[in-house]
Write a protein that binds this ligand. Sequence first.
Ligand code: FES
Length: 198
Amino acid sequence: MHTPERPPQPQPPPEGHDSGNPPDRRSFLARASSMGMIAGLGASYGTAGLYAARYLYPSKPRDKAWMFVARIADVAVGGSLRYTTPGGEKVALARQGSAGTVEDFVALSSTCPHLGCQVHWESQNQRFFCPCHNGAFDKSGKGISGPPGDAGQSLPRYPLRVEGGLLYIEVPTESLEVADASAPREGHDPCLDGGAPL
Ligand code: FES
């Protein structure tokens, strides 16, 4: 008796072959997707991320200079003042002593390391305070309560010098080169202002 011949069976594709998405195309799409995610994250965090990255991973030593701040006689014991560096970094200066020397003063970044609100000096409590989430820092800028205290965060400190009764601060001199449309405006507090015009 005659047995009918079986039709030829389809062969599996060779290892690594995908007729719809060749490997090159797939890896290109994966790379493009990753780059898109990175670009999106960068846009979301904007200038705050840029400041943090430049502070943590400077591409070269930053140019610095001593800048005049105030006559020490004009800053009351317990008083404070704000200073903005040429690069736009905000600084909180406080006079914590009455000796008339540089040890009376401390200068700290006033940008809270938690979410970027502005901290201020509270003489009566001998601390720097962030009103956004009740973050507190001791006289030297070390986080002691609230989110910065829990995370062990501190406020970066700037060197100071007193000469001839005048107070000087050493700060980076370069400006930010990247104009970022999402950068917070002057006086903008990301915790208290949901983006509405001030
Ligand atoms: S932003 Fe300062 S405690 Fe949250």
